[in-house]
Each structure stands twice: as structure tokens, then as C-alpha cells.
Design a protein around this ligand. Structure first.
Ligand SMILES: Cc1cc2nc3c(=O)[nH]c(=O)nc-3n(C[C@H](O)[C@H](O)[C@H](O)COP(=O)(O)OP(=O)(O)OC[C@H]3O[C@@H](n4cnc5c(N)ncnc54)[C@H](O)[C@@H]3O)c2cc1C
Length: 337
């Protein structure tokens, strides 16, 4: 394995912040991960896993060893005529995994098309989009426990998934996920309930909507709504959609009839954080080299030369304004380092 020193992470985080990893290594196989852990232990380096860097805000150089999973292994194991278990290495690009499964005729990941990042990071915040979350497809994952060096297989339940959350997000860098296993099927019903998707299907006048078509439409919506990090540096949604009690929602709705909200199964209500921020006039606001995207108020961007501190200061300004105006606490979605 090739350990590099003072590696620039500018191209390895989609906000393009200029920070370095004190030590850096790419790891493809389980043995590589174990070796990287051993090496870090011997040198007393803290170890941090970095996938595609699309859900991280770097505010400083990373001390110790940054391990970057790589590799493109995807394996299919049929369990019946229609059903399959798909196992992907942590380093597989998520969108390429989605396309590969669709190409082989399996449905299940189409709504999660075009989410940046690596397969190994997908369980960390239980990625979700257009009415589907990873936990609806994930059967198990394999991970290396960094403190003990033991390998462990987690069932879906053991991952303790929640909205943009999991055991792995809560425990920070305690486990390195090496493979994920998903259950997909040729006969899985499509989920096209999400309003924007439904509208586009109607407008496109498609007669035969299959999983590949849903994927294409999701990509179309995403490309219109979200800035491509290669063009404008960002980490997608910067805040989670806050969930409030029904009474709180009702009092807000009385004052703001246009409030965008989604009722939850437990009686609470999820508010669209983007709507709250937009309503306060932040969309398109720029402070120095960072700002709020002009088409989507939930996305904070680095126009070039900005820093993590500047972005977090802007986020803090937004959070305080939302708290004052709506009595709602916004939580930052990406991981701050
Ligand atoms: C334009 C854009 C759109 C986005 N849209 C969505 C969306 O629709 N839905 C959504 O949920 N997210 C979305 N995201 C956020 C992001 O793409 C996902 O959270 C993605 O899963 C992060 O993957 P990554 O490899 O880039 O993770 P990184 O940013 O590299 O890492 C994120 C966290 O996971 C940890 N981690 C990474 N790999 C591993 C591993 N193998 N084992 C253990 N921990 C690990 C890291 O230590 C870090 O704490 C979007 C981001 C962008 C830029």
C-alpha cells in the first residue's frame, strides 16, 4: 500500500475546500483496510474514512491517516427468479452502482439515482431521495471495528437507521464499512408518488414507465434543481428537514398558508427546510466567496476560495434567523471536520 504525506483533499471534497490529509492511503480490499488500521495504530495516528467527500465540510487539515476506499466490485447472487442480493465494495461509485443494477434489469435504486459519493458512505446517513431511503433496500453490511480490529456483519436492524441517520453517523469514525448488500428485484413496484416525479411523468406523457425511465426522470429533476459540484462546489442539502409537533405545524400554517410540509406516520410533521430559508430571503445571498444557491435555498455553495469557517458562519446566520422567525431548530446535514 502506498501511504502519501500532506495530500491535498481539494479534489476529494465536493466543497473544494483547500485542506490536506497528514497521511493518506487508498484501500481496495478488506486486507488493505486491516493493514491501514494496523499501520495507523503502530504510528498512533487517528484514522478517518473519506469516500467521495460529498457530505463533509472540512474546516481544518486532517491529522493522522485518511483512508479512501476504492474499487469497483459489484456481485450479484440470485435468490429467486426475480430477486437478487447485490453486494458492492465501499469504493464503488453510488450512481454507477445504481446504473449497473438497472442495466441488469433490477429495480429498487432508481429513485436514488445521481446521488454523489461512494457505496460505503450510503448507509452512514441512510441516503434518501424522491420517497426512497437506503434502509428500504439494505439487507446487511460488513464493517471493520477500528478500536478492536474485529470484522462485524450488521443486519439492517442493527444499523439503527433513521432519517439521514444511522449508528455509523452517530459513532463517527468507529467503523469502516467495507461492503454493503442490497435486496433488489425485477418485480419491485415503482415508487413514483413524489410530487415532482409524478408531475414530470405526466408532462412527459410516458406510457411505459419502468425503473430505467424513473432513473432518467430523477436525473433530469436533480440536474435542474441541484448544482453539479464539478461546476459549483456544494454538498447538496446543507440542512435536514426539521420535524415538529403537529400543534407547532398548525400554528405556523395559520401564519404562513404556503408552508411546505409532509405529515409523518407518527403524527409529527416534516417541514421543508428549503422553504423556511427561502421565505427569509436567503436564496441567492452571497457573503464573500460562499453563499446560498440561487435556485435552491437548501444548498450552500463555495464560489471558489471560500473556507469551511465562512460557510459555517453563513449556516449559523441562517439557523438563527429560522429559529427567531419560526421557532424551528435547523440541523446541519453534512459532517463537519
Ligand atoms: C449535489 C449533491 C446532491 C446530494 N443529494 C443527496 C440526496 O439526494 N440524498 C442524500 O441522502 N444525500 C445527498 N447528498 C449527500 C451525499 O452525496 C451522500 O451523503 C453520500 O452518501 C456521501 O457519500 P461520500 O462517499 O461522498 O461520503 P463522504 O462525504 O466521503 O463521507 C461522509 C461521512 O461518511 C463517512 N464514511 C465515508 N465512507 C465510509 C465508510 N466506507 N465507512 C464508514 N464511514 C464512511 C465519512 O467518514 C464521513 O463522516 C448530496 C450531495 C451533493 C454534493
Amino acid at each position: 500500500m502506498q501511504f502519501e504525506k500532506n495530500k491535498s483533499l481539494k479534489r476529494l471534497n465536493t466543497l473544494a475546500f483547500e485542506h490536506t490529509a497528514e497521511h493518506f492511503v487508498a484501500a481496495q480490499f478488506d486486507d488493505d483496510l486491516a493493514e491501514a488500521r494496523e499501520h495507523a495504530l503502530k504510528k498512533s495516528w487517528p484514522l478517518f474514512v473519506l469516500g467521495g467527500g460529498s457530505n463533509i465540510v472540512l474546516t481544518q487539515d486532517i491529522k493522522g491517516l485518511v483512508v479512501h476506499p476504492v474499487g469497483a466490485d459489484i456481485n450479484y447472487q440470485s435468490t429467486s427468479k426475480d430477486d437478487v442480493l447485490v453486494t458492492a465494495n465501499a469504493g464503488v461509485n453510488w450512481h454507477e452502482l445504481v446504473l449497473d443494477t438497472l442495466q441488469k434489469g433490477y429495480a429498487g435504486l432508481e429513485n436514488l439515482s445521481l446521488i454523489p459519493g461512494a457505496a460505503g458512505a450510503a448507509p452512514v446517513q441512510n441516503i434518501g431521495a424522491y420517497g426512497v431511503e437506503l434502509n428500504q433496500r439494505l439487507v446487511s453490511l460488513r464493517a471493520l471495528h477500528l478500536p478492536s480490529g474485529e470484522w462485524r456483519t450488521f443486519t439492517n436492524k442493527e444499523c439503527e437507521f433513521g432519517y439521514r441517520n444511522s449508528l455509523f453517523k452517530r459513532l463517527k469514525s468507529e467503523y469502516v464499512i467495507s461492503t454493503i448488500t442490497l435486496k433488489l428485484s425485477k418485480s419491485l413496484p415503482l415508487n413514483t408518488q413524489y410530487a415532482a416525479l409524478q408531475q414530470l411523468i405526466e408532462e412527459s406523457q410516458l406510457t411505459n414507465v419502468d425503473a430505467k425511465a424513473v432513473s432518467r426522470l430523477v436525473c433530469q429533476i436533480r440536474s435542474q434543481k441541484l448544482p453539479d459540484p464539478k461546476v459549483l462546489s456544494n454538498v447538496g442539502s446543507f440542512f435536514q428537514n426539521p420535524i415538529v409537533k403537529k400543534e407547532h405545524y398548525q400554528s405556523l400554517k395559520a401564519k404562513h398558508p404556503n408552508l411546505v410540509a409532509y405529515p409523518q406516520a407518527d403524527g409529527q410533521v416534516k417541514l421543508a427546510a428549503g422553504w423556511l430559508i427561502d421565505t427569509l430571503g436567503f436564496r441567492g445571498k452571497r457573503t464573500g466567496s460562499v453563499g446560498v444557491h440561487d435556485k435552491q435555498a437548501l444548498v450552500l455553495v463555495n464560489f471558489g476560495g471560500g473556507t469551511g469557517e465562512q460557510l459555517l458562519a453563513l449556516a449559523d446566520d441562517i439557523r438563527q434567523c429560522v429559529k427567531r422567525s419560526f421557532d424551528v431548530e435547523l440541523r446541519i446535514e453534512p459532517n463537519v471536520m
